[in-house]
Design a protein around this ligand. Structure first.
Ligand code: PLP
Length: 365
């Protein structure tokens, strides 16, 4: 069979672990403990209520969340959260919410917030072509902002915060779509975290929202039910028909993270080893491959780089495809090359990529 899953470097949807894919395959015909296809099991069944409860508990224990957080499984992708957050926290407010414009995706969040209320752009990397993140002395947070919004990892440019930013007395809201459950973090310093599944934890169709109770005190009561976090909390994420299949796949991924990987610290050690291997290869051949991101802000998830010309990049992509690798083209907005190293991608896949890159350079130099 022509199976190239293990060499899928796509920015999203990303590669999933082989052992999870095997279980998913079986579940399409019948989930072992139910005897029915996952595509035909009712979201109102006791079994599915158990899936949601176990998934919530797995995410809580992986992230070390205390009981004043709720874990929700919503639809509409991370894009829906670009609107749901300001709808809940900014509508009718006098003081501006603070946003960081660090790349393509936070650039999509800002205009959605501006529809709902005042926004202050705290910092923008646009003039620098989004090649770095702000340093602490470039950030002047205000105490009266309703919240601070940023992305922990910019998927397109390959920029990742390796620290928590902002004031502890202003709610932090973070888009963690592309580094969710990839490593440990000080998650209790955030009031709301959102992440769609299709990078590290599953297929498209479901977005995880982790929200602290007190954030919702004083939220508007006239929002559409579906877009009201409190209504979703009350319905235990079954406000309407949820994406049962996608939720089941993330359950399998969280079990894999816990039982096969050994938790988020262990996942981070693997992700760090993969990223180090690739960045070291880029740095060894910087006459040929140029890493895009400033060294201190390099993402462990998305490694973006360029070659000396678009023609050479096309040749690189064609040769990589010929060698069985896929998903290496940079995002359409920036071009170049991007290798995404999400949780499901193995160290051996990165070794394959690195030796391919060395051979390609030796041939073309
Ligand atoms: N935020 C980040 C960091 C992303 O990488 C993406 C998409 O890749 C989005 C938001 C948009 O996500 P969605 O397509 O699920 O709405």
């Amino acid at each position: 069979a022509n199976r190239r899953n293990s060499l899928n470097f796509s920015g999203g949807p990303g590669a999933l672990p082989e052992s999870v894919l095997q279980q998913v395959q079986e579940s399409i015909i019948a989930v072992p403990e139910v005897g029915l296809s996952i595509l035909g099991i009712s979201h109102r069944s006791d079994w599915f209520a158990g899936v949601v409860a176990e998934l919530e508990s797995n995410i809580r224990s992986l992230m070390g969340l205390s009981s004043n957080y709720h874990v929700l499984f919503l639809q509409g992708g991370a894009t829906q959260q670009f609107s749901m957050v300001p709808m809940t926290l900014l509508r009718g407010k006098e003081y501006a919410a603070e946003y960081l414009h660090t790349g393509y995706w936070t650039g999509k969040a800002i205009p959605e917030a501006q529809r709902e209320g005042p926004v202050r752009m705290l910092w923008s990397g646009e003039d620098m072509g989004f090649t770095r993140l702000p340093k602490d002395d470039e950030l002047d947070f205000s105490v009266d902002a309703p919240y601070l919004h940023y992305a922990s990892n910019e998927t397109v440019e390959g920029l990742q915060f390796h620290r928590v930013i902002g004031r502890d007395d202003v709610p932090r809201i973070c888009d963690m779509s592309s580094d969710f459950l990839a490593g440990p973090g000080e998650f209790d310093r955030f009031s709301l975290i959102y992440a769609h599944a299709q990078k590290n934890i599953g297929p498209a169709g479901v977005t995880v929202v982790v929200v602290k109770d007190e954030l919702l005190d004083g939220a508007p009561t006239d929002l559409p039910g579906f877009l009201d976090y409190r209504a979703q909390i009350k319905a235990h994420s079954i406000f309407n028909t949820p994406p049962v299949f996608a939720i089941y796949v993330i359950l399998l991924v969280t079990r894999w993270l816990r039982d096969e990987i050994g938790g988020l610290d262990a996942m981070d050690r693997i992700n760090t080893a993969k990223a180090d291997m690739l960045y070291q290869a880029l740095d060894r051949s910087c006459d040929f491959y140029q890493a895009r991101a400033h060294r201190s802000d390099r993402s462990k998830m998305n490694v973006a780089f360029t070659l000396s010309s678009p023609e050479l990049e096309s040749q690189f992509l064609a040769a990589a495809a010929h060698a069985g690798m896929s998903g290496l083209a940079g995002h359409r907005s920036v071009g170049g090359i991007r290798a995404s190293l999400y949780n499901g991608l193995t160290i051996s896949a990165v070794e394959t990529l690195v030796s391919f890159m060395e051979e390609f350079r030796a041939r073309r130099r």
